[in-house]
Design a protein around this ligand. Structure first.
Ligand SMILES: [Zn+2]
Length: 106
């Protein structure tokens, strides 16, 4: 079994984070987000977010790519954000969600 890059504890290969110390085990963590089921015409269209977790500040960034279907999935567009901009995006989404919650309850 592979060892954690930080504490050397045993970590299963499928784990993204060490269960013992929480250290990231991959240099890249990817998540795919589906398009809105009612608003998006192409059901295969999705947003892929790749977080690059390099040791140095220069290599750490977040890449967003729009994937289209049409039989063969392919990236139609992409942009890489700095950590600071990605954090700003996360705050923007969190604040917008909070506003939507407030509207729903008022
Ligand atoms: Zn560990």
């Amino acid at each position: 079994m592979p060892a954690c890059t930080s504490c050397r504890g045993e970590v299963q290969e499928r784990f993204r984070f060490c269960p013992w110390c929480g250290a990231a085990q991959r240099m890249k963590v990817v998540e795919l987000f589906a398009g809105h089921p009612l608003l998006e015409k192409d059901p295969e269209k999705a947003l892929r977010v790749s977080c690059y977790l390099g040791e140095d500040e220069e290599s750490r960034h977040v890449r967003f790519s729009v994937w289209g279907g049409g039989g063969t999935p392919r990236a139609e567009a992409a942009v890489s954000l700095s950590e600071e901009e990605a954090e700003r995006l996360a705050r923007f989404l969190a604040e917008t969600a909070r506003l939507a919650d407030q509207q729903a309850t008022s």
